[in-house]
Design a protein around this ligand. Structure first.
Ligand SMILES: NC(=O)c1ccc[n+]([C@@H]2O[C@H](COP(=O)([O-])OP(=O)(O)OC[C@H]3O[C@@H](n4cnc5c(N)ncnc54)[C@H](OP(=O)(O)O)[C@@H]3O)[C@@H](O)[C@H]2O)c1
Length: 183
């Protein structure tokens, strides 16, 4: 059983399409090179937490200059460069002393950690995609926008996108509430 409230050093990083889609056939919906650079820049030097499917989807693994923590129920799983966790409590223990840790997907993992994260780094892709995995709907009144980038265009994927950073509202951070309202 998980007995935790908000974790100040825990963040989500995700690229989300208009219809909340995040992936299809265990791959990303589109490959935006600027967003991949952004992901690298934000997460480098930190731990990244991912589910086993996302780990398997990486073209190159482990992600360099990051501690790669992979969630799986499979106790026999091991892979070079992966630190294995078998539960979310396991993850909380592993990251307790870290400055900032990033939940990097996929859908199953975002959904479980969302109630505990204090910050969201969201790349909004202004297009809907056919998909088989989706980001949970969030009540954004629980978050403040900390920063919002200009609008960018990726010519290869032909999509517009923008970077957002959200932080839990001060009130929630202060009381350590972990009550998230889903629409
Ligand atoms: N747009 C984005 O920013 C973004 C980011 C990342 C991923 N994605 C996409 O998301 C998709 C993959 O997501 P997904 O939801 O299918 O899979 P996932 O979340 O990457 O991995 C799911 C697996 O993680 C393990 N797991 C999850 N919770 C666990 C827990 N509490 N304890 C132990 N193990 C746990 C289980 O592995 P076992 O079955 O081995 O037990 C589970 O089957 C891909 O399409 C990928 O490209 C998109």
């Amino acid at each position: 059983m998980v007995n935790k409230s908000l974790i100040p050093n825990l963040s989500i990083i995700v690229a989300v399409a208009d219809n909340n889609a995040i992936g299809k056939d265990n791959d990303l919906l589109c490959h935006i090179s600027d967003d991949l650079r952004h992901f690298k820049q934000v997460t480098s030097g930190h731990s990244v937490i991912m589910g086993r499917n996302t780990w398997n989807s990486l073209p190159r693994r482990p992600l360099p200059r990051r501690r790669n923590i992979v969630l799986t129920h499979d106790v026999s799983f091991s892979d070079e460069g992966a630190e294995v966790a078998h539960s979310i409590n396991n993850v909380f223990d592993m990251i307790a002393d870290e400055e900032e840790t990033f939940i990097m997907g996929g859908a199953a993992v975002y959904a479980q950690f969302l109630p505990f994260v204090s910050k969201l780094y969201v790349t909004r892709i202004y297009k809907s995609f056919e998909a088989d995995v989706f980001f949970p709907t969030i009540d954004l009144s629980m978050f403040n926008v900390v920063s919002e980038s200009e609008l960018f265009h990726d010519s290869e994927s032909d999509v517009d996108f923008r970077y957002f950073e959200y932080e839990r509202t001060k009130h929630m951070l202060k009381c350590g509430c972990n009550v998230l309202k889903y629409n």
